[in-house]
Design a protein around this ligand. Structure first.
Ligand SMILES: [Zn+2]
Length: 95
């Protein structure tokens, strides 16, 4: 599916329809010293093995795509979630 690089849509901060720059949201890096990972590391130590059951492989064909919209007036970003789509999403250039 193709999405134009610029979309005119509603901005919740300006409370009006403005031009937005579109980019695809990617998952950020995991933090190795966040509280959850520190606690998990502590639990895994020593005798006793894994505290949680290992994850089963997931066979899903469609991915949920999140678009990052940046308002050109106020410069703030908000997200727009598409439903699950099988085809890869690409940004279409508009001259
Ligand atoms: Zn705005």
């Amino acid at each position: 599916m193709k999405v134009p690089e610029k979309i005119r849509t509603h901005c919740p901060f300006c409370n009006a329809h403005t031009e937005h720059i579109v980019s695809i949201n990617k998952k950020g890096n995991t933090r190795h010293n966040s509280k959850g990972t520190r606690k998990f590391r502590e639990i895994k130590k020593g005798y006793g093995g894994m505290p949680r059951t290992p994850k089963k492989p997931v066979y899903k064909t469609a991915k949920r795509v999140v678009l990052l919209l940046k308002c050109e007036v106020c410069g703030k970003r908000h997200q727009k979630v598409y439903e699950r789509m099988k085809k890869t999403l690409e940004l279409k250039k508009v001259e």
